[in-house]
Design a protein around this ligand. Structure first.
Ligand SMILES: Cc1cc2nc3c(=O)[nH]c(=O)nc-3n(C[C@H](O)[C@H](O)[C@H](O)COP(=O)(O)OP(=O)(O)OC[C@H]3O[C@@H](n4cnc5c(N)ncnc54)[C@H](O)[C@@H]3O)c2cc1C
Length: 466
């Protein structure tokens, strides 16, 4: 249903409109701040997706009283398939209660293709840890907080967005079409809503990205089983997470056993041989062996993980954050912190540009602020981890070398500092030179001793690697 500016003004005082031709309930624009300040109409910002990126964006918008904020989430109790590991700094920076963290991991076992085990964690201070969360708990906490701040929550699946052809040069509203699930009903009611700005926080299969023609990214498929293991076996994982490397568990990533509330998450991922994901999952279960034996699989989950940024992250008055934008690091597969951070950063910049809700930001303004600042802060991290993944995860020789290198206290210190605090702390140049020598030595040794990777033939998938 299309409105002209004149009809928009006429309809502005209505609460809702009904289109007999489409039988779709439409909430009309009632928020033309600049056009009709007498009616106190506000610009409306829609955040699509209520994961960490969406919730952290919505809570910033909601605190600006000159803006109406709507948060669309298709499933209010969504349990995003995820390892749930978060860096320590996220708890403080996002003011999360420790109850959101199920387990505090202080030890990490790295296991090489030949079974060499290196335990890292000795360099951690007593109050330092990696937080292990269940996403259904953490996401709900962040989402509820945004709603408390004043975001209007819509329990609905956004199915499409009508984007005016001239949206980059005009202030014409976008129409969000969605299925609303009222009172938890699974049968949705078709509705639509006009909004002035859209933040796409709807994850790796983003419909917002599609609507704005953001372009594609390559992705890994990650698979996880949540396994309830006997209590005595759970004791081993009390403060312990495990990372397994080897071509048996993944040709280009790692397999993990992460402790959760009363169970473990056991999973793996791959880009280059996605059809074999179940074979890799079986291998990680086998490698964990006795430690998880007798466990009962209580949940099986899988989801894409973006490999890099989308070609276009801001178009007109639509901006992408989190997985929708492609903000997951290689090597670690970490995306929760970057999702929350990008949601918050994008919203802060857009709110500042909207000057108390008196104007709408342009694409160029959002690119110059949100994108420039985000890339400046985290661009180098993505690049370094991309290089590390290519060096250390692509064959068994390099994987052996990676595990051996992690024996170094210096490597452990630098790795934890950059992961836990998202900053590289004043490295020691002498240690850096020593480390380079050790890296070369370990690589030479690894290549000479490791068994070669199993060959697989998957030319179509392999070619897709960017
Ligand atoms: C198996 C696996 C393990 C992982 N392990 C880790 C880990 O241990 N640590 C880590 O940091 N990262 C991990 N990641 C990555 C992490 O899960 C993501 O980077 C993170 O969830 C991104 O957050 P987000 O808010 O951008 O998107 P999401 O968490 O995907 O949230 C998107 C939200 O949007 C909603 N939504 C989607 N489409 C629509 C729609 N059309 N309409 C309305 N709502 C919609 C969804 O229901 C969801 O709530 C893992 C990923 C996978 C797949």
């Amino acid at each position: 249903m299309k409105f002209t500016l004149a009809t928009i003004a006429t309809l502005a005082t209505s609460v809702a409109a009904f289109s007999p031709s489409s039988f779709v309930q439409t909430t009309p624009v009632a928020h033309r701040a600049a056009a009709d300040s007498a009616l106190c109409m506000k610009y409306k910002v829609a955040v699509v997706g209520g994961g960490p990126s969406g919730a952290c964006a919505a809570e910033i918008f909601a605190q600006e009283k000159g803006i109406d904020t709507v948060l669309f989430e298709r499933k209010m109790d969504n349990a995003k398939p995820c390892g749930g590991a978060i860096p320590l700094c996220m708890v403080g920076e996002f003011n999360m209660p420790e109850s959101v963290v199920d387990r505090k991991v202080r030890k990490m076992n790295l296991i090489s293709p030949t079974g060499v085990e290196v335990n890292i964690g000795d360099t951690l201070q007593p109050d330092e840890y990696i937080g292990m969360c269940r996403r259904e708990i953490m996401d709900k906490f962040l989402r509820d907080r945004a709603i408390e701040y004043g975001a209007e929550a819509v329990n609905g699946l956004v199915t499409s967005i009508d984007v005016p052809v001239d949206h980059k040069t005009t202030d014409k509203p976008y129409t969000i079409n969605y299925q609303e699930y009222v009172d938890g009903s699974s049968a949705g009611v078709a509705k639509s809503m006009e909004v002035d700005y859209i933040v796409g926080a709807d994850g790796a299969n983003s419909r917002v990205a599609k609507a704005m023609d953001a372009g594609q990214y390559n992705f890994a498929i990650a698979f996880q089983e949540r396994i309830k293991i006997p209590d005595e076996k759970m004791t081993f994982y009390e403060e312990m997470a495990e990372m397994y490397v080897g071509d048996d568990v993944s040709p280009d990533f790692y397999g993990w056993v992460f402790p959760k509330y009363d169970h473990v998450g056991v999973g793996t991922g791959t880009v280059v041989n996605r059809p074999a994901i179940k074979q890799y999952q079986k291998a990680i279960r086998d490698r964990a062996g006795d430690k998880i034996a007798g466990g009962k699989i209580i949940k099986v989950e899988a989801h894409p993980i973006p490999e890099h940024y989308r070609p276009r992250r801001v178009q007109g008055r639509i901006a992408l954050v989190g997985d929708a934008a492609g903000y997951v690091t290689k090597c670690s597969g970490e995306g929760i912190y970057f999702a929350a951070k990008s949601g918050r950063m994008a919203a802060e910049e857009i709110v500042a540009l909207m000057k108390g809700g008196s104007r709408l930001p342009t694409q160029a303004e959002v690119e110059k602020t949100y994108l420039k600042k985000y890339d400046g802060l985290y661009g180098p991290t993505y690049t370094v981890l991309d290089i590390l993944q290519k060096v250390f995860y692509t064959n068994n020789g390099a994987r052996e070398a990676f595990v051996e290198l992690c024996n170094s206290k210096y490597v452990q210190q630098v790795t934890f500092d950059s992961y836990l605090y998202k900053r590289v702390q004043g490295n020691n140049p002498l240690d850096d030179v020593k480390l380079l020598g050790e890296t070369i030595g370990c690589l030479v040794k690894g290549y000479s001793t490791a068994k070669p990777d199993a060959e697989f033939s998957n030319p179509v998938e392999s070619l897709k690697r960017i």
